[in-house]
Design a protein. Structure first.
Length: 369
């Protein structure tokens, strides 16, 4: 050891810790050969404690304040150390600063789902997560039980153990609580209190306490939540018939978004569903029968094709071929009119439908005088 190191150890007599981190719980004050000068100044700030460890034993614990390290304020040390008053330091000890402030926003969560029995859904798998605050309540016990000789101890080294305590007891409480799944959101405060009371004695054995504990969310598997959303949708729709119409409209939208899929079958199917839905909705809420075909048109023979007409952004029909002939004669249907029949291809102009070519080949009769 050089003379400069020796003198530095003798004459630097201020012992303090300025914490510039947010997760350090314990920090060891480093001095050459652990030499503490007799009469040195010890500064312990608010939310700190200083623990003296002499020859492996916890000798003294100092709370916030300014201390001059002399015999009169080291009552325990005087029973462990013979005091020499020469140039050499009178005692050699390790000093650990312990942060006693609250460490906030500590996270916990269930790594695996919790199996619980619910009166409405039967066996369900639940997940939960939340946060808690932690602080050192007994620095000496925390040093003896957890830290040992670790020169820098952080929250990451203890939060895993606390998380295990929380999840274990939360699982037991939630599985035996009897609270329906749908009511858990309204009972998270009560559940948090039960868990907090259960784990408080266990963390106290480490010299810790949890001033705050919160359950932020209890969730169901995605498939169960989807079933609940479906039930809600049915309730909003009012009745099954309206929900069916709503589902048909969704299917029509999806089919329209994929016009090239399956060779146009999807588009034709979507259009057919849209026509059927439009016809059903046209009947009104009481299921009234659709309006009768145009006067003078004979009823379609059994098995005859029925045609839908697209005009001005709307669809009309279905009409029989005879009705289309009357509409073509009156000019309501032209070769440029789009037509579609169930089971046929996509919408086509009248001139492109071979089986309706006769409707548009003959010129219309001259107007009456």
């Amino acid at each position: 050891m050089s003379i400069f190191d020796f003198l530095r150890g003798e004459f630097i007599d201020v012992i303090e810790w300025t914490d510039d981190s947010r997760d350090t719980i314990v920090w060891r004050f480093e001095r050459h050969e652990n030499a503490i000068k007799y009469g040195a100044k010890l500064t312990v700030r608010d939310s700190q404690a200083a623990v003296f460890v002499h020859e492996g034993q916890i000798a003294d614990v100092f709370g916030p304040g300014l201390y001059e390290l002399e015999t009169n304020n080291l009552p325990i040390m005087t029973t462990l150390q013979h005091w020499d008053h020469g140039f050499q330091s009178p005692f050699k000890s390790e000093i650990y600063f312990v942060s006693t402030r609250r460490f906030t926003d500590m996270k916990w969560g269930t790594k695996n789902p919790i199996i619980a029995r619910d009166a409405e859904f039967g066996m369900v798998r639940l997940r939960a997560f939340g946060s808690y605050t932690m602080r050192v309540a007994d620095p000496a016990k925390f040093m003896a039980e957890i830290v040992g000789t670790d020169g820098e101890f952080t929250t990451a080294e203890i939060e895993f153990q606390i998380r295990n305590y929380i999840v274990t007891h939360f699982s037991q409480i939630i599985a035996t609580s009897g609270i329906p799944v749908l009511d858990m959101a309204g009972n998270t405060i009560e559940l948090a209190k039960l868990v907090h009371v259960r784990i408080a004695p266990m963390v106290a054995e480490y010299g810790l306490e949890l001033p705050g504990f919160m359950i932020e969310n209890v969730s169901l598997p995605a498939e169960v939540e989807a079933a609940m959303d479906k039930r809600t949708s049915i309730g909003v729709a009012g009745d099954l018939a309206r929900y069916t119409e709503f589902s048909a409209a969704e299917a029509l939208t999806r089919a329209a978004g994929n016009p090239g899929g399956d060779g146009g079958i999807g588009a034709g199917l979507g259009a057919g569903m849209g026509m059927a839905m439009a016809e059903r909705m046209a009947r009104g809420p009481w299921g009234a029968a659709p309006t009768a075909p145009a006067p003078g048109a004979p009823p379609p023979p059994p098995g005859a094709k029925m045609w839908h007409v697209a005009q001005a952004g709307a669809t009309k029909g279905p009409y029989s071929q005879a009705e289309l002939a009357l509409m073509a004669a009156s000019g309501d249907v032209t070769p440029d009119t789009y037509l579609w029949t169930p089971g046929g291809p996509d919408w086509r102009r009248g001139r492109d439908v071979s089986e309706l070519a006769d409707l548009f080949s003959a010129p219309p009769p001259p107007p009456a005088d």
